[in-house]
Every structure is written in C-alpha cells, then in structure tokens.
Design a protein around this ligand. Structure first.
Ligand code: NDP
Ligand code: 2IT
Length: 447
C-alpha cells in the first residue's frame, strides 16, 4: 500500500466536494493529525477508514414551507447529515441560521463523529438545520417553521436511529416545538430529541453543559501548568447558550469575564461580569431576544460595534460564537497580549492559521471537539435517563459531566503529548476520537 500524502488526500476530497470550504477545513485539520498515525497503524489504511469517515452515510435535504404572520408563504431549506453510526445512533444538533449550507453542516457533522466518540458514550455523529433565521420572528412564526421542519424530518429520526438537539438558533423554545410536532406525528413519547424541557424528559444541567464543560476542560489544561482559574481575566465571544453558562461557571470559580459579543459587536466591562449582570444578559438574550449592546446601556461598559473581542488583553480566551471567528492576526494579538490559554466553546472558531500561531507559541489550545463536548455528553446522559425513565439530580449529572471532561482531557494528553512534553490537544483529540470509531467500523465490515 502506498502512503497517501496529505495533499493527495485533500485534492481528492476537494474534487468530490467542490466549494465546501468549511468541510475541507475541518477535514484538513483532522487528517493532518491522522495521516501520520495511520501510516504507523496500517489496518486503518487497509480498511480505507479515512475515505469512509469523510463520506456521510446519508444526506437528507428537504423543502420547508411555512406561513408568516402576514399569511405569506415562505420557503427555507432543511438538512440532516447522518455522518457516521459506527458507535451509536446519529447524534448532533440542529442549527437555524441564514448562513447554514451543506458545507457548514458537513463540517459540523464530521467534527461531531470524533467529539461524540471522545465522550465515551455510545453516540454516532450527525448534524442538521436550516437557513431559516429565527431573529426578528415571532414565537408563532418560529413554531410554524419548526412544525413544518419536523413534518419532513420525523420520518428520518427516532430515539434509536438519529437524535437531534440544539445548536445556534435552536434552544429550549425550538426543541419544545419540534418535540411537540414529532410526538403528534408519531404518536410516541420518546427521547427523540435532547435539550428538552425538564417537564417533558429533559435533563438537568443540559442547558449549562457546554459552557460548564468548556470551563472544566480549561481548568484541566491550566492544571498541567500549575495554574488555577481564580483571578484569571477571560474574554468570551458570543452571548448565547454556551457563552452564558461558561460565564456563570467562570464567575463561580472567581475568574473575571470582561467581554461578551454577538454578531453586531462586543461589550467590554473592565470590572468583570457579576451574577447580577449575567442575569441581565440572560434577560436580554433569552427573553427579550435583543442585542448585547443593551448591556452597555445598563452597566458601565464599552461597546464596540462590528468588532470582535480579541484585541482585549486577557489570560484566557473562550470563543463561544461561531466558526472562523479567530484569524491568524487575532491569534497573534492574543498571544502578544499574554494570553496563555484558548479554549473553544464554539465549533471550529479558530482558523487553521490561528491554530498554528497557538501551537507555535506553545500556549494551551483546547479544540472544540474536546473542549465543547460537554453539551453532547449531557445529551447522551439525557438519552440514558429517557431510556431508564428516570431523572438524575443536578449534582449527579454535573459530576458525570465533570468526570467526562477530565477523561477527555486525559485522552488528549495520552495521544497528543509531544517529545518536549507540549500537549498538542488537536492531535490528541483527533486520534483519541478516531480510534474507537475506526475499530468499530472495521468490526462491522464494509458498510
Ligand atoms: P446561540 O444561538 O445560543 O448563540 C450564538 C451566539 O453566537 C450569539 O451571541 C450569536 O450572535 C453569535 N453568533 C452566531 N453566529 C454568528 C456569526 N456568524 N458571527 C458573529 N456572531 C455570531 O448558540 P450556542 O451558544 O448554542 O452556540 C455557539 C457555538 O457553540 C456554536 O459554534 C455551536 O456550534 C457551538 N456549540 C454549541 C453547543 C450547544 O450545546 N448549544 C454544543 C457544542 C458546541 P447573534 O445573536 O447576533 O446571532
Ligand atoms: O455541537 C454540538 O456538540 C452540539 N450542538 C450539541 C449536540 C447535541 O446533540 O447535544
């Protein structure tokens, strides 16, 4: 068997998936770590695992027609990427955002396969969503959209085949509407979605899980350098689900969160967020569905329109908004300003060039598929509780979440430690996530 170079592999993938730049980027980053590992472990090459891993098992694309409040007919596009089911039912979120396209969902589904494997729970990988923009829509419009979306999706999913959850633009409200419609169509009350409300089968700590998990992961990274979270200055991007609960946990641990953002700009609060200020953020974003700018109108804080927070001096940066939100230049600024740790709450927020800057400067860098795996991990725990028809306490779920994040960190150290003891968490997460999926695929034959 000849060794395939990284360039050859990527040229072939790009030719087969023209124009899907985010998917190319995600595969580039993963295969850069995996190809040398596979050259040393020939069975993975013999079974052609990488080519199989980068081809979705199934892609579903469908029309989503709905009526707005004026009675006008609107049409969006719905997707579900069923990427890999080697180690469990497809599992992964739904994203509702105007930028959603096949490339973005394939990158997310691909990352999800390895992330879910890292959690150690039995979940395959998938992702879905729509180019529908919930911003500026009424609750009734969002409900009608969700009902129409589920009217097609329901035939492709079930508690044992494919279990969607939330992501950007899909939170508790949307999961409720989607679940209601699924139940009505199938006449079944099952754990077909996670992130459900507590009253109807949701798990405690699921809303908090991604943000808390990312902070637990950052704590583990800091520990390798004998550092604590207390008194660290932290910049965060985003002000949605992940950013909110990362902030909460950081406040609890005595760190100082000084920025939050949304797609319009960022706020800089030099004094740091308090519990009371965070409650106001939750009110602005989750109830009023307004803009983060309103924070600076209520509290003493600066607002920077159209900017991202990476120029602000910090010890730790937590990108929690979206993909490619840290460029090479912004990464260089972070490092030059003394940042010692970047921990990705979002999926693929750092460009490849930004990651190279972090690695070259030997700062701690936790990639999303490891650092933000707490969300899907607690989704897995929600599935377990649904199957057992019981609910665990907050303490029980939080303890399991923490144990899973510590375990993922150990896996990264195991597979990512380099000769100078620097931990390359990208390599560690990619190889650590890959091994279980690849072995399961080999065991199941050519499927
Ligand atoms: P939310 O919809 O709750 O919040 C998203 C936040 O990011 C908002 O502040 C939003 O601003 C901002 N944002 C979204 N798109 C852009 C953009 N193109 N440019 C600038 N800002 C943007 O989503 P989540 O908090 O759930 O998700 C955030 C990230 O975390 C995503 O990358 C997601 O994939 C990832 N993630 C989420 C998990 C979860 O459990 N929810 C689990 C693991 C990862 P605005 O309001 O202006 O749109
Ligand atoms: O990116 C992710 O891991 C999520 N959006 C959560 C997926 C899930 O199934 O909970």
């Amino acid at each position: 068997m000849e060794n395939v170079t990284h360039k050859q592999f990527m040229d072939n993938l790009i030719a087969r998936n023209m124009g899907e730049v985010e998917f190319h980027q995600a595969v580039f980053e993963v295969t850069e770590s995996l190809l040398p590992f596979i050259d040393d472990n020939l069975k993975y090459k013999y079974y052609n695992i990488l080519e199989r891993l980068t081809e979705p098992e199934r892609v579903i694309i469908f029309r989503v027609p709905w009526l707005n409040d004026k009675g006008e007919i609107k049409v969006n596009r719905g997707y579900r990427i069923e990427m890999n089911s080697a180690i469990g039912p497809y599992k992964g979120g739904l994203r509702f955002h105007p930028t959603v396209n096949l490339s973005i969902l394939k990158f997310l589904a691909f990352e999800q396969v390895l992330k879910n494997s890292l959690t150690t729970l039995p979940m395959g990988g998938g992702k879905g969503g729509s180019d529908f923009d919930p911003k500026g829509k009424t609750d009734n419009e969002v409900m009608r959209f969700c009902q129409s979306f589920m009217t097609e999706l329901y035939r492709h999913i079930s508690a044992d085949t494919d279990v969607p959850a939330g992501d950007i633009g899909v939170g508790g409200r949307e999961i409720g509407y989607l679940f209601g419609q699924y139940k009505r169509l199938k006449n079944e009350f099952t754990g077909v979605l996670t992130g459900k409300g507590i009253e109807y089968g949701g798990s405690l700590i699921r809303p908090e899980a991604t943000g808390y998990g990312a902070v637990y992961f950052a704590e583990q990274m800091l520990k390798t350098r004998n550092q604590l979270m207390k008194d660290k200055v932290v910049t965060i991007s985003g002000s949605g689900n992940v950013a909110q609960y990362a902030t909460e946990k950081l406040i609890d641990l005595g760190a100082k969160v000084v920025t939050l953002s949304d797609s319009s700009g960022f706020i800089y609060d030099e004094e740091g967020l308090t519990r009371e200020k965070l409650d106001y953020v939750l009110y602005i974003k989750n109830i009023k569905r307004g803009r983060i700018k309103e924070y600076s109108e209520k509290f003493k804080a600066q607002y920077f329109e159209g900017k991202r927070p990476w120029d602000i001096k910090c010890d730790i940066a937590l990108p929690c908004a979206t993909q490619n939100e840290i460029t090479k230049e912004e990464a260089t600024t972070l490092v030059n300003n003394g940042c010692i740790c970047v921990c990705e709450g979002a999926n693929m927020p750092s460009t490849i060039e930004a990651i190279n800057v972090f690695h070259d400067s030997k700062i701690l860098f936790g990639p999303g598929k490891a650092a933000n795996a707490g969300g899907v991990a607690v989704s897995g725990l929600e599935m377990t509780q649904n199957s057992m028809r019981l609910s665990w306490s907050r303490e029980e779920v939080d303890k399991r979440l923490k144990d899973i994040m510590v375990n993922i960190h150990q896996t990264c150290v195991k597979y990512g430690s380099e000769t100078d003891d620097y931990v390359n968490y990208v390599k560690g997460a990619n190889i650590g996530g890959f091994v279980k999926v690849a072995n399961a695929m080999i065991a199941q034959g050519v499927v």
